[in-house]
Design a protein. Structure first.
Length: 383
């Protein structure tokens, strides 16, 4: 067993000062507030321990991209606190998409990623963002069945535009396979979005981005998603995709239990500015902002989950501890619950021992995954 004590620990949605977590092998066996009397194995002064981050929307990082360099991407984000992540695949030709799913199904079976997120190809050409519009298509039952078969249970979430022909049947087909249906890259109206939510869709993919904007006579998908208590909305809280005041308003409206902070990271996360690839498209990164080459369209982010947490805390109107507890929920508990990942997302007895040690500035100092410290995570630790 390992007893970890820290100046602060986020437990049950609250920051306790001080606090402790005890692990046994890969599992958490006990947690508590206060200072343990004896037997501390790892002492973390001037630190806060939070659950490992869960990123439900990520394409790459550290110079690598899914699906071909899955271990490199996962290792990069683990160093920055993401202990569970879906590997997101962009729109691609049918054969290429099948090949990518097969690669990531193997990565899921190996525990490298927590599953697959298909962001496309069933998206709106009018709201395609960085996706290649030439490869977008309407949902086809045979293609969906082939992808589900290739994924062998690894496909956890699919983003689609509900206004496309065949979308209603696609939602039913995906739900029957226990796949979370997300609405995004969509030009749907308010009523169309409501119908998709009533049909079983439960996620809004990167709210506001690549979505029909709010209009006084057609509020579109944004309002439909925000007002539905069944829906979780993704936010890319990197300071680029969504204005901080709007992030605050969304969190105030939906509550942290319905907001998942996602990176939507591409290969350039953690790297220098320059030319990169996102799917089959060239992307230029300048001042940390990724855009489709030769265009103004934002192409994913260069953020890490730790950066999202810091941004959420910095721009919150709450006190520090309350803001940190809310940010922890949005970077861990909410995405884990939304995806049905029952073993992660919180520091609780019986869950996997995934945790992140942050310093007072909320910078990552150490990361534990399944009870083991990541070898590249270093920091001031007393043992």
């Amino acid at each position: 067993m390992t007893l970890i004590a820290a100046d602060a620990v986020v437990l049950d949605g609250h920051v306790v000062r001080p606090g402790w977590v005890q692990t046994d092998g890969a599992d958490i066996v006990a947690t508590g507030a206060g200072r343990p009397g004896t037997g501390v194995d790892v002492d973390l002064p001037q630190s806060v321990v939070v659950p490992g981050f869960v990123d439900m929307h990520c394409h790459g990082g550290g110079g690598a991209s899914y699906p071909h360099r899955a271990e490199e991407v996962a290792a990069f984000h683990r160093r920055h606190g993401t202990t569970s992540a879906l590997a997101s695949l962009l729109t691609a030709a049918p054969a290429d998409l099948l090949a990518g799913v097969r690669l990531l199904a193997a990565a899921t079976a190996a525990g490298t990623v927590a599953g697959i997120h298909l962001e496309g190809p069933w998206l709106s050409a009018a709201r395609c963002g960085a996706h290649d519009p030439a490869l977008l298509r309407a949902p086809d039952p045979a293609e969906i069945a082939a992808l589900l078969d290739a994924g062998d249970g690894a496909i956890r979430m699919v983003t689609l535009a509900p206004e496309l022909p065949g979308a209603d049947a696609a939602i039913r087909q995906l739900l029957a396979a226990d796949v979370v249906v997300a609405l995004g890259h969509t030009d749907a109206g308010y009523d169309q979005t409501r119908r998709a939510l009533d049909a079983g869709a439960t996620v809004g993919t990167h709210l506001f981005n690549a979505m029909r904007p709010v209009h006084q006579r057609e509020p579109g998908p944004v309002l439909a998603l925000l007002e539905d208590p069944r829906a979780t909305v993704e936010l890319i809280a990197d300071g680029v995709h969504v204005h901080p005041s709007l992030i605050r308003r969304v969190i105030d409206t939906a509550g942290p239990q319905r907001v998942a902070l996602v990176t939507d990271a591409m290969a350039a996360a953690g790297c220098r500015d320059g030319r990169y690839r996102l799917g089959g498209r060239a992307v230029d990164v300048a001042d940390g902002v990724a855009r489709v080459a030769g265009a103004t369209t934002i192409a994913g982010s260069t953020a890490t989950a730790a950066q999202l947490l810091r941004t959420a805390v910095a721009h919150s109107a709450l006190g520090f501890d309350a803001a940190l507890a809310a940010a922890t929920q949005m970077t861990a508990s909410t995405p884990a619950r939304t995806l049905g990942l029952s073993r992660v997302g919180a520091l609780q007895r019986g869950l996997r021992a995934d945790l992140v040690v942050l310093d007072r500035g909320l910078q990552v100092r150490r990361v534990m995954v399944g009870g083991r410290w990541e070898p590249a995570s270093v920091g001031p630790v007393s043992t």
